[in-house]
Design a protein around this ligand. Structure first.
Ligand code: SF4
Ligand code: SF4
Length: 303
């Protein structure tokens, strides 16, 4: 599997204390993405400015001329970069890191199962991303190993995949964390670069399938200023869900990920956007409830 990283003692990716495995690669490109380093399927190089001593060794050793020094920062041209990692090896300050490792399913299982002691009865393992189901065959194999070891399993998905991808993991998944972001098709294409028809159809399909498998579904809607945060959008999602999810979370925007965009030498249009207000989130929950939503809450930090 191509993995980005492993996060331990996680409390935001399902019930209880969990270990979350972040996989590389996502078919969506949401403009507000909080894990931009997970979007590309392959390995990439990141620059940590706080460690950089400005020696310019990386600029000199790069065989592809993919690194440039621009005033007080290093920028990497990811189109030119061949991910040879010469710069990572030669940097004297450890300011460059290669992200995206290939690991076998067995190797990952052997490492992660050691966390079982802190999962307790409620916690477990969550596969996230990127898009966990973009590597559905390996994901299913790994989930099966945990499932057979009595571990609670969760899959975090944007829903933009095939029914066959869902079929592979459904027998071994106890909880689906399913993102529904925007109901209007045109807006969805604008903000995520993909159509939402498949996502909505897959949600219908999953709701039917979990009636047999017994898995829970928690829907998550990121509340992003001027993108997903309209009352109209929340009302439309409420009507679409029609209380088929066991829980619906409205996840408040924050800009804590802006350093990630810097490390990728990328600009981010939300970098100066502040936190939402409690009143705004309370209002959106009220809109959802007015449409009959029973299990809706908001989460995250507010002004
Ligand atoms: S080699 Fe490392 S420390 Fe030197 S300029 Fe490049 S990133 Fe900075
Ligand atoms: S990984 Fe290789 S090609 Fe990419 S920036 Fe570093 S030295 Fe250049």
């Amino acid at each position: 599997m191509k993995i980005l990283n492993i996060q331990r003692m996680s409390t935001e990716d399902g019930a209880g204390l969990r270990t979350t495995l972040f996989l590389k690669g996502c078919p969506l490109k949401c403009k507000w993405c909080h894990n931009p380093e997970s979007i590309e399927y392959g390995t990439h190089i990141e620059w940590y400015g706080i460690r950089c001593i400005g020696c310019l060794t990386c600029v000199k050793v790069c065989p592809e001329n993919a690194i440039a020094a621009d005033r007080d920062r290093i920028t990497i041209n990811h189109t030119k970069c061949s991910t040879c990692t010469v710069c990572v090896d030669e940097c004297p300050a450890g300011a460059l890191e290669s992200k995206g490792k290939d690991r076998t399913v067995k190797d990952l299982f052997d490492e992660l199962i050691r966390d079982k002691a802190y999962w307790g009865e409620n916690g477990g393992i969550t596969l996230s991303g990127g898009e966990a189901l973009a590597q559905s065959a390996e994901a299913a194999e790994l989930l099966k190993m945990f499932h057979e070891s009595g571990v609670h399993t969760a899959v975090d998905t944007c829903g933009f995949c095939s029914r066959a991808d869902f079929d592979k993991v459904i027998p071994y998944t106890d909880l689906f964390l399913y993102d529904i972001k925007i109901m209007d098709g045109q807006n969805h294409r604008f903000w995520t670069r993909q159509d939402n028809t498949v996502i909505l159809q897959n949600f219908d399909y999953l709701c039917k399938r979990v009636q047999d498998s017994g898995a829970e579904i928690w829907v998550r809607t990121p509340i992003i200023p001027n993108a997903t945060d309209s009352e109209e959008n929340i009302g439309q999602i409420a009507r679409f869900l029609n209380n088929r999810a066991d829980k619906w979370e409205l996840c408040a925007f924050n800009n804590l990920c802006r350093d990630k965009y810097e490390r990728l030498s990328a600009d981010w249009e939300f970098k100066n956007e502040g936190l939402l207000t409690k009143q705004k989130l309370d209002r959106l929950v009220a809109v959802a409830k007015a449409e009959g939503a029973l299990h809706v809450i908001w989460t995250g930090n507010v002004q």
